[in-house]
Design a protein around this ligand. Sequence first.
Ligand code: NAD
Length: 537
Amino acid sequence: MLSSLLKPQNLLRATKAPLRRSFTTNFPALQQVAAAQQTATAERVKNFINGEFVESQADKWIELRNPATQELLCLVPETTNEELNEATSAAEAAAKEWRKSTVLQRQRVMMDLQYLIRENQAKIAENIVQEQGKTFEDAKGDVFRGLQVVEQACSLPSLLMGEKLTVAKDMETYAYREPLGVVAGICPFNFPAMIPLWMFPLAIAAGNSIVMKPSERDPGAMMMLAKLAAEAGVPKGVLNIVHGSVDCVNYICDEPRIKAISFVGSDRAGQHIYTRGNANGKRVQANLGAKNHAVIMPDANKQATLNAIAGAAFGAAGQRCMALSTVIMVGKTKEWLPELAERARQLKVGYGMDPQTDVGPVITPQSKERIEYLVQSGVDEGAELLLDGRGIVVKNYEKGNFVGPTILSNVKPNMECYREEIFGPVLVCLNVETLDEAVELINNNPYGNGTAIFTNSGPIARKFEHDIDVGQVGINTPIPVPVPPFSFTGSRGSILGDLNFYGKSGLHFYTKPKTVTSLWREGDADHTRSSVSMPTM
Ligand code: NAD
């Protein structure tokens, strides 16, 4: 059995105690030797090809470090071209058989998968804390929001139900959707479970096989999900995982046997993948960056609003594509800012497995540096630094990539800290006098992922809903990500492609329509003349 061949220790890393300060800290030469030894002995993440976890023959390996400690967790391969071809060939062969399975068979696999994910939610979440840094509770949410897509896939028979109409005497047209064949998924680091789960369960449920490329910065959750998928009965070759970065992505964009690409990540990578994939005739769905604005109206419930903003701006260290990273204070609500800052100050920054922690580290030292640079750019351009989380040191985790909650107020739209997606625990605050000004500001921003208004007025909420040009709107709800009966509906600069992730649209992305028109004449045996006209009844 595949499951008994897959040793958990090859895939999972148990939570380790915080690293003690090494004696080499003050001796750079010794540090280098220690680092080289660590690298030589570090675990190597395997590819998953044709149902087997296999070590790559790569000559380039990417170091993956715990963002709270810098402990070297493992090495991720830059998968070779030969291995990428093996994964695609396995997927191609498997797709030919898998498409013949019945919808009910695939539904049963999804049911078993959803059960196994629920059973293993905590283990996957622990891995996410180590590799990605978010808090354990938040990591469980990461798994849970992906699990909901698997639950949606369990209703496959009704979702894939076709249509049929009698269109002329004895003639029927029926329509149904067929799988595409081999598809691919390319994932970002910030939701290592949820975003792969947006992709492979629906793709597989629809009868495709898939080549997944998780983020090279935290592939562990996807590896655990692959093991569970195999246990749930996903046949060999239907789900494959390859690791790497740019070369691996370019292979996926260029390989003709891969018919469609699901991508979630930054603008730069997404625009490249969308353009290159499309140029090669592929269907591409790409969710990109964001700058989500909250509008606070003077009639809002102050306490509930400030709590919602603090949670949505600083939760997951601001590394959510739906984080409320920008707040527009309408009229007198700018006077609420000191209270917001006080609430943010009380959030505890620390290691994700510490139950007291509210804000974990950001993903890499480079990311921390970029965030701190953007905060400073705001100060230099005239914003007021209401709360400064830079330079924070967390006891026992002195090497972690921590940035504390930070608030810049009096921000203007031309400032770099407003124009750039900061992707860290930094809230930028702008002031306006009216709702119309707030709407204009948001509609002028290139992104359209999510937005939220806080008000006690139904008419104001209604006007906002109608006037705002953003895909996902929250009313007194800070992160309005729809559950899977709907789709994830970011808009404008936050999305490329026409078919959204999950929901009916997600299933349509992974399938193509076919119509069949059939004529079985009653009494055909007596039929002696050919008809040359189009049917009129
Ligand atoms: P990223 O673009 O750096 O990486 C995403 C994937 O693209 C990775 O698998 C990576 O290997 C690959 N990649 C990176 N650079 C590439 C390049 N130059 N050429 C080809 N491939 C490349 O994104 P990230 O930092 O991992 O994730 C954060 C970003 O993702 C943020 O911008 C965030 O807003 C966005 N995001 C968007 C959504 C959404 O639904 N809109 C959801 C989550 C994250």
